[in-house]
Design a protein. Structure first.
Length: 89
């Protein structure tokens, strides 16, 4: 998935969904004036699902607040339904 802005683009790349624990790479390309910079971030070899579970455990144990609310999850389901309906047409 890639998002383009006027001076910056950000791309998330999954090398393959079939091999667990491969790092997800984040590519950032940005232009400031005449300078161009490309950054590649590969924060961990742990798969995102495991990271989410670790984060959720930490929030529950410490009494913190989750980044995604139940309302966010509901909106995701509405969006998924809209996508499925559009694909059926």
């Amino acid at each position: 998935m890639e998002v383009y802005g006027s001076r910056k683009s950000v791309k998330v790349q999954y090398d393959t969904p079939y091999i667990r624990h491969l790092p997800t790479k984040l590519y950032i390309q940005e232009t400031e004036g005449e300078a161009f910079r490309e950054t590649v971030l590969r924060p961990t070899y742990t798969d995102p699902y495991t990271l989410e579970l670790i984060y959720m455990h930490d929030v529950i144990v410490s009494g913190g607040i989750l980044k995604t609310t139940p309302e966010d999850a509901r909106e995701d389901l509405v969006l998924f339904r809209m996508i499925m309906e559009a694909l059926q047409r």
